[in-house]
Write a protein that binds this ligand. Structure first.
Ligand code: AMP
Length: 144
């Protein structure tokens, strides 16, 4: 296996995504790699912008603040410093690719649900990250 030097772990801040962090941390410790965490906040306007004539900025700021705080707690627990914690806005797969390139990461770690049927056809973040990534991607099985 390659000697990874910079690992980017993508987390959605769910309970199960801590398994992804644990796996990424174990990998980083084994390879003595630098570790980064990313959480992507999908702007509310992506989902509701055209339909609801409303100013989302207050709620959005609150969501971002909570996400940053949660990521900070994860970072504290797993020894990832604040400069290596990244909270960004956009589409998860796009931003994860972008961050991996900006950092020069050689491995992205994501969680993957065992999807089937319609859910599989609709795709997943893990699939989106895998397709088009310019480095290796480790999909850690999460959920059922
Ligand atoms: P999903 O396909 O949405 O169930 O997500 C599977 C995995 O994709 C999660 O375990 C994370 O590794 C990653 N992921 C999903 N959403 C986000 C997000 N908003 N920010 C960062 N990573 C995410």
């Amino acid at each position: 296996m390659s000697n990874y030097t910079k690992i980017l772990i993508a987390i959605d801040l769910s309970e199960e995504s801590l398994n992804v962090v644990r796996r990424g941390c174990a990998m980083a410790a084994e390879k003595e790699a630098e570790l980064h965490l990313i959480h992507v906040i999908e702007p509310l306007s992506f989902a509701y912008g055209g339909d609801i004539p409303m100013d989302f900025s207050g709620i959005q700021e609150e969501i971002s603040e909570q996400a940053r705080e949660q990521l900070k707690q994860v970072g504290l627990e797993y020894g990832v410093g604040e400069s290596n914690q990244h909270t960004v806005f956009g589409r998860p797969e796009v931003e994860i690719h972008q961050m991996a390139e900006t950092l020069g990461a050689d491995l992205i770690v994501v969680g993957s649900h065992g999807r089937y049927g319609l859910a599989l056809l609709m795709g997943s973040t893990a699939n989106g990250v895998l397709h088009g990534a310019s480095c290796d991607v480790l999909a850690v099985r999460v959920g059922n």
